[in-house]
Design a protein around this ligand. Structure first.
Ligand code: 13P
Length: 254
């Protein structure tokens, strides 16, 4: 990891947790962030939309950032059940995940939709975490690099900066399975991602932009993954629901 990129450890709680469990989890992390300050990493939690307000309250005056798991591409309008980036910002969020593979698969979101959502997040003053990653069939076919490169070209807005954008590589087959690519495979994809981002944003921004790895990140593999040259943090699902595991992952940052 470059010394000029501050690692980001992001927890995606997905559709998990009711207030009874989530509030102590957020509280524990906020307290740990304060007690450990200054930390060598940024920490973010992305709770279900129902709990963002309460988690923002718990994280108040701590260095724990809060984000949404998705946002709509429009500012407002007739979109029943959707939440705009502006609404997330209004609640106190500073990040929004866009293009998670579960959104791409469950809601048919293609790259152009993901890019529009990332633009909406950026316009609302949020940092967009743009997710990309190949399926197992694509890896087996040997087309991982092409698939991820095409997703970056299609999903990362051309006007992005390292300040308002993070890109997360999450191989679909590694999510929630306990399986991960080898370190060499992760670094190969991340190096390509930085090259691809350089084509879109230019060398200065690409050098500063944070590239996260996600997919079965645990305390036991975090030191190795976080130590890779082009990995600048983690997007964590299951292990982010345990404050001890999530904290240990954060402390694995070099
Ligand atoms: P797991 O850490 O549970 O594999 O999930 C990764 C993920 O999808 C984070 O967005």
């Amino acid at each position: 990891m470059s010394t000029q990129r501050r690692p980001l450890i992001a927890g995606n709680w997905k559709m998990n947790g009711l207030r009874e469990i989530a509030m102590p989890l957020a509280g524990e992390l906020a307290t740990k962030m304060n007690n450990a300050a200054p930390t060598s990493f940024d920490m973010l939690v992305c709770p279900p939309a129902t709990m963002i307000d309460a988690v923002v309250d718990v994280a108040y005056e701590s260095n724990l950032a809060v984000g949404g798991q998705d946002c709509h591409m429009a500012e407002s309008g007739a979109h029943t059940g959707d939440i705009s980036a502006q609404m997330l910002q209004d609640l106190g969020c500073s990040y929004a995940i866009v293009g998670h593979s579960e959104r791409r698969a469950d809601h048919g979101e293609m790259d152009d939709v993901v890019r529009a959502k990332a633009e909406a997040a950026q316009a609302a003053g949020l940092i967009a975490i743009v997710c990309v990653g190949e399926t197992e069939a694509e890896r087996d076919k040997g087309i991982t690099i092409d698939v991820v490169a095409a997703q970056i070209a299609g999903s990362v807005p051309p006007a992005s900066t390292s300040e308002n954008t993070v890109v997360a590589y999450e191989p679909v087959w590694a999510i929630g399975t306990g399986r991960t690519p080898t370190s060499d495979e992760v670094q190969e994809v991340h190096a390509m991602m930085r090259t691809k981002v350089t084509e879109i944003l230019g060398a200065d921004e690409a050098d500063k932009i944070r590239l996260l790895y996600g997919g079965s990140v645990k305390p036991s593999n975090a030191v190795e993954l976080m130590g890779l040259a082009d990995v600048d943090g983690a997007l964590v699902g299951g292990a982010s629901l345990s404050h001890d595991d999530f904290w240990q992952i954060a402390e694995s940052c070099p």
